[in-house]
Design a protein. Structure first.
Length: 124
């Protein structure tokens, strides 16, 4: 499945998005679409925290809309590009875990227990 421009939404909070920054996000997020075909949309929010401490100055937040439950993650570091890399790694791990769980459930179905006794009917 190829990625459309509408599949990824990039926004900046207290941060101007450059063309290079947008291209970097699109390039990194494209990996997620190759691994999971059920992705509807990916939203990435890049945020600059202008506080006195240097830790987590740049935060990247990601939201993957899927069939089923959505996946949300965030990563913050002092370098914006590193935050983007960490975010994509977290989202990729979530998608791989989701895929493994679906495969496990498919290969090992559980018995359904009905709490009441079903009456026997004679054919007649």
């Amino acid at each position: 499945m190829t990625m459309n421009s509408g599949d990824v939404i990039v926004s900046g909070v207290h941060l101007d998005l450059t063309k290079a920054l947008k291209e970097t996000v699109f390039e990194k997020v494209e990996k997620l679409f190759r691994h999971e075909h059920h992705i509807i949309r990916v939203r990435v929010e890049l945020q600059y925290n202008a506080n006195n401490s240097k830790q987590n100055e740049f935060v990247a937040k990601g939201h993957i809309e899927l069939t089923g439950s959505d996946k949300v993650a965030s990563a913050g570091t002092g370098d914006l590009y590193k935050s983007i890399d960490l975010l994509v790694e977290k989202l990729d791990r979530m998608l791989r875990r989701r895929s493994r769980m679906r495969k496990t459930k498919r290969n090992h179905p559980h018995d359904v227990e009905i709490p009441s006794e079903i009456p026997k009917v004679q054919a007649g």
